[in-house]
Design a protein around this ligand. Structure first.
Ligand code: PHE
Length: 334
């Protein structure tokens, strides 16, 4: 009987080594520990032994049963990965990332750029911290010239300023290339202003410059009028008023029909029916001389545009400061 026990133990150990799925382990359990299993048969066989041997053999069979149980349990545990495998619930709704959008000023700037790029202009860039030379001197605004009072300049040193307009980019571009020139230069500009609904110490302009043989005042009026119609619709009118800038001659300022009242007069346009956009004019010969262009051969027009004003018109915004507060309740509307 002891031999039989050892045989079954050996048999179990061999079978256990070959069982490496939970199903195979289950089969082994039935085979050895089940009601008709091999261990059970041994226990039944005890009855045939002489009574004095029964306790000892009984203990051996019980030990075998415990060993088989324990071994099966351990093997089963070793088959399970230590960490339960993550599972993917494909029925869960996905997580929606918050979708950003372009700032209203960027949207308007994209439209402005698209308009001019379609007409052969390229986009130029210049520094916001400028020298006195580019911001004033080369633009025919010498030191102590009264025209400097037009621009409330923020000085960093006596010779370095925060640019008060994008016009210095005109000079930088013309210095770096020969005509023909067709560029726009969008960017931020700075003035010493107390913030209110229509003033901010920084705002945005788009400079335009076109220089070639035979460029005329008519070309300037045409492109600005076309621009106004493209952005605000066919029935918009543009008004040109004589003005003065040291770097253009003749100079003008231009207004668009108020898009809210279409010129009738309302709160937004302060009852005038017009919205000021910015200045423009024919490039002054002194500016051409500063960059080494021959004013007897070339003519050109230049214009500035207030991007913030155009965006206010387009979206019906009545306070420029809203653009710079980054309040999502405001920004999400556009
Ligand atoms: N630089 C001028 C301003 O800031 C606008 C302007 C640009 C005028 C180009 C004429 C030509 O007000």
């Amino acid at each position: 009987m002891k031999e039989q026990i050892e045989r079954i133990r050996a048999e179990f150990q061999k079978a256990l080594a070959g069982a490496d799925t939970p199903e195979a382990l289950d089969q082994l359990r039935v085979q050895f520990l089940g009601r008709k299993g091999k261990v059970q048969q041994l226990l039944r066989g005890l009855g045939q032994l002489p009574p004095e041997q029964r306790p000892e053999v009984g203990r051996l069979v019980n030990a075998l049963r415990d060993q088989v149980q324990q071994a099966l349990k351990e093997k089963k545990a070793s088959l399970k990965p230590a960490v339960p495998r993550e599972w993917l619930d494909l029925t869960l709704p996905g997580r929606k990332p918050p979708v950003g959008k372009k700032h209203p000023l960027t949207q308007v700037l994209d439209e402005i750029k698209a308009f001019f790029v379609q007409r052969g202009f390229t986009v130029a860039d210049g520094p916001e911290v400028e020298t006195d030379y580019y911001n004033f001197e080369a633009l025919n605004i010498p030191r102590n010239h009264p025209a400097r009072d037009m621009q409330d300049t923020l000085y960093i040193t006596q010779d370095i300023v925060l640019r008060t307009h994008t016009s210095p980019v005109q000079i930088r571009v013309m210095e770096s290339q020969q005509p023909p020139v067709r560029i726009i230069a969008p960017g931020r500009v700075y003035r010493r202003d107390t913030p209110d609904a229509s003033h901010s110490p920084f705002f945005h302009q788009v400079e335009g410059l076109c220089v070639d043989r035979g460029v005329s005042f008519g070309d300037l009026k045409a492109i600005i009028s076309e621009f106004a119609r493209e952005l605000f619709g066919e029935d918009i009118h543009v008004r040109f008023r004589p003005s003065f800038f040291p770097f253009t001659e003749p100079s003008l300022e231009y207004d668009f029909n108020c898009v809210f009242c279409r010129g009738k007069g309302c709160r937004v346009c302060k009852q005038t029916g017009w919205m000021e956009i910015s200045g423009a004019g024919m490039v002054d010969p002194n500016v051409f001389k500063a960059v080494g262009y021959d004013p007897d051969i070339y003519t050109g027009y230049a214009f500035g545009m207030g991007v913030d004003r155009i965006a206010m018109l387009k979206f019906g915004i009545d306070d420029i400061r809203l653009f710079f507060e980054n309040d999502l309740r405001f920004l999400n509307q556009f």
